[in-house]
Design a protein around this ligand. Structure first.
Ligand code: SF4
Ligand code: SF4
Length: 443
């Protein structure tokens, strides 16, 4: 992840973890030089052991480098590309600086953009403001409109925080129905409350999402998605989870057993272990003095990656969803386990709730894929299950066993609470289907 303009940004989002990094370079102009861009491009391409390379531009706001910088970047990529090599570019932006020229360039050069947007206006503007404290929603929407007009590929990166966390479906439906994006990521805000801007202390700000809120947020969106949007909308976390349920390693570092391959390069060539650990003690070196590949392959970086697994508390090692959670990102491991062991993830309650909740549908989708069927078939299967269950509730007699599988009589279970219409509320129906442990082979 490369930060050609360092931490410099035209916005001043209240929860941003990176703006404080400006203090690391008090006398810097925060502009990657042409010589550094060339050295980086050459070394990065040289280091690839596969016939492709992806350049990931981030910030701060990388477009503040100006369009000519990225034209030059593409020129250098072509110059140093190995024969037959495919080069990709991904760029994370707040989209407020975009105009026709930017969008034409992105389209012509096949850039994939990540646009930061936190949902409808009121929740986006809660924290995403400019340097004067003014809201930015309209400017982001204008940028998105331009991207659409020029057919630039983009996805949405939404943070989940205290303001939007209580409104999962409003946020999700806004992205699906109004932005009409197919790809969305939900990143939890766990913001440390300290003066340094480093990963220190165990207090978080009031803007942070709680573990419980994050779990409930993901569960609500998953339930909507699995019933109507599979194969149509791609939510990064759901895709990553499906991969793991298929037996593949997690494709997202936070859920992988070890990490250490998501390094951050500052504007002056300083290389850090991770974008979330741009701090002096995690600096591996500078690519002007040391070879990039040697720093990536260095002992401190290996240790950084292995520590993710080696410092996992016993509580996590014995956890039923460890295979997908792996204790989450080390930056968020700031609470203690019920036994008082340090190093538990602040979001643990949410991870546990979410991963337990999706177990059954994930197994169904994984089995569909293994049987060469599209995972989207799960939507028909669930619809049929709901219809069958509704029929059973409608036909159940007062003294019959309750169709939900509780073992109670209908009149003492769902029949007791649902008198005018003999069917359980939808949330109960979900539980019932899970209890019945439905399997794709039944269909
Ligand atoms: S510290 Fe967290 S964000 Fe950084 S590479 Fe490891 S898991 Fe990923
Ligand atoms: S859900 Fe909680 S206990 Fe389980 S692995 Fe994740 S962080 Fe650890």
């Amino acid at each position: 992840m490369t930060k050609p303009r360092g931490a410099i940004c035209n916005l001043d989002c209240a929860y941003c973890y990176f703006l404080a990094k400006e203090r690391l370079y008090p006398d810097s102009a925060f502009r990657m030089s042409d010589a550094m861009l060339e050295a980086y491009t050459r070394q990065y391409i040289e280091a690839q052991q596969v016939p492709e390379a992806t350049f990931a531009w981030q910030g701060g706001e990388p477009t503040l480098m100006g369009l000519d910088f990225f034209k030059r970047a593409v020129e250098l990529q072509k110059q140093y590309a190995k024969p037959g090599m495919k080069i990709y570019n991904a760029l994370q932006t707040n989209a407020t600086t975009l105009d026709e020229a930017w969008c034409e360039f992105f389209h012509a050069n096949d850039f994939l953009l990540g646009v930061s947007l936190d949902g409808p206006r009121e929740w986006h503007d809660a924290y995403r403001v400019d340097k004067g404290g003014a809201p930015t929603f309209d400017r982001v929407m204008r940028g998105i409109e331009l991207l659409k007009q020029q057919r630039v590929e983009f996805n949405i990166l939404a943070t989940v925080h205290a303001a939007n966390a209580p409104h999962p479906l409003d946020v999700y439906r806004f992205f699906r129905d109004e932005i009409k994006t197919q790809f969305v990521q939900f990143i939890p805000i766990v913001e440390r409350a300290n003066e340094t801007g480093y990963q220190e202390g165990n207090q978080v700000t009031a803007r942070s999402v709680t573990g419980k809120q994050y779990g409930e947020f993901l569960v609500a969106i998953f339930d909507e998605w699995v019933h109507r949007d599979v194969g149509r909308v791609f939510v990064q976390m759901f895709d990553v989870a499906l991969g793991v349920w298929l037996g593949q390693p997690a494709s997202l570092c936070i859920f992988a057993e070890t990490c250490g391959t998501a390094l951050a390069l500052e504007h002056n060539g300083d290389l850090f272990s991770c974008d979330h650990f741009v701090e002096p003690r995690y600096q591996l070196g500078n690519i002007e003095q040391d070879k990039l590949i040697a720093l990536v392959d260095s002992e401190p970086q290996h240790k950084f990656g292995l520590d993710k697994r080696n410092t996992l508390p016993r509580h996590c090692r014995a956890c039923s969803v460890r295979f997908i959670c792996n204790g989450g990102c080390p930056k968020d491991r700031i609470i203690t386990t019920p036994n008082g062991e340090p190093g538990l993830n602040y979001l643990c309650a949410g991870f546990k709730k979410f991963f337990t909740h999706i177990d059954q549908p994930m197994k169904m989708m994984a089995e569909l894929i293994q049987r060469q069927r599209p995972p989207a078939d799960i939507m028909f299967m669930l619809a049929r299950e709901h219809a069958d269950l509704d029929k059973k509730f409608a036909q159940a007699g007062r003294n019959d066993p309750c169709p939900c599988g509780s073992g109670k009589k209908f009149k003492q279970c769902h029949g007791a609470t649902v008198q005018t219409e003999q069917r359980p509320p939808s949330r109960d129906r979900e539980k019932t289907l899970r209890r019945q442990n439905k399997n794709p082979k039944d269909f």
